[in-house]
Design a protein around this ligand. Sequence first.
Ligand SMILES: Cc1ncc(COP(=O)(O)O)c(C=O)c1O
Length: 497
Amino acid sequence: MTVDVIEMDEQAAYQEFLNAYPEYKNTAVLDDLRQREYGRLDKTQQVYLDYTGGGLYADSQLQQHLSLLQNNVYGNPHSINPTSQAMTDLVETTRDYVLKYFSASPDEYIAVFTLNASGALKLVGESYPFSPGCQYLLTFDNHNSVNGIREFAKANGANVTYAPLTTPDLRIDQGRLNELLDTADPNHNNLFAFPAQSNFSGVKHPLELIDKAHSKGWDVFLDAAAFVPTNRLDLSQVKPDFVSLSFYKMFGYPTGIGALLMNKRMLKKLRRPWFGGGTVNFVSVQAKKHYLSDNEAGFEDGTLNYLNIPAVKFGLQHLEKIGMKTIGSRVNCQTGWLMDQLLQLEHTNGKPIVRIYGPTNTDMRGGTVTLNFYDPEGHLIDYRRVEELATAERISLRSGCFCNPGAGEMAEALTAEEMVTSLNQKATMTLPRFMQIIQHASHKSAGAIRVSMGLATTFSDLYHFMHFAAQFKDHTNHSLGQVTFDIDSCRVIRDGS
Ligand SMILES: Cc1ncc(COP(=O)(O)O)c(C=O)c1O
């Protein structure tokens, strides 16, 4: 926001915004929806800017679900009694709907219900046939639940390699990735994992990488958790072997359900390390043998979250009614404007107030903007204090490293040496100590502030956030005051959604 715009009232600023982003007018349906379906935000005066953490649900999603539960009797699925059958039908209808939503042909893909995206990732990690000579290749930019698969790979003797990013844009280094993709051994299993959209920088990584990796002998895991809330993933066009997602990120409700979309070819390849209730076709105690179901049931341990699964269909229908193009276009305009304004913020001495990590234009990026604030001398403002100050203004943003340590390490140029020194301190490591290690010679940050937009975001939310951001003008850590929470006990260092 230029000083002029900061001083404008909201209506005048909105007009300026529409002049700069005229296509925003075509998304007015979402302004109506915000009032009708998400009125609780304004009623409780909340500025919610943490959509990459979790989406928000519409009132009608809750009403539809409640009415379904109030007017029917449902039992545990997979028996032939009437209440069980009714539930089985609903679960299977929802499963079909999920495939249809992603244009995934049932001849090609299955949908496994999981607890969340991490559950989908873990299922593949524990079942993928890693062994010596096999490879797990992943980008620096990945959520911890994708990083965590490396433990299964390592334990089984496979090689683990990270493909770096370029700075400052935090996109995949394509030259280096090409070299790494060329190393697949056709006699072994090779798994490549990357996020369709970064939950750190908002970068959209090219989906063309899926075909490229396939042609070089890799199975591909696309983590779509941060991509699908504002983009259409069309599995008739791109064909990763595995896709992970959490439904609450797409439409807020219900929590506790995600999906693993898996190409049927992989069913023969994966080896589950155990069997549980509901996963076997045949099992004997005396013979000590079992046959796993050769479809999604083989991956769904125990009783599904069956009463909540039908709410997934209501959520998907809600998104379909709005249209992913409308959501994507709106968030794109909002992101462009927010970055334009943030980059114009200056201290009196002309120094920038904000640094944005990753791309600063809307080309191949989504509505996740990660940044830090700096004082007039260029010293980092403590991001934890920023979150506290935002909280006092009822602004929900997120601070930390967002469970994506690799993107953070690249963004801040944290060195392997600094990270090893920190890790050597094992469990005694605290956030202040970590900050000491990495800030001793430079002004590197252990974390950042993340602002993320979603389908219910309005211009007004961004206007409020910009007013908040502009208040950092000419401030220092000293003038902003101490972080008030108990920082010495804080051990959550490289995690946190
Ligand atoms: C890109 C990405 N992948 C995976 C996850 C894990 O999702 P969940 O915590 O729902 O398992 C997240 C969550 O923030 C994410 O942003």
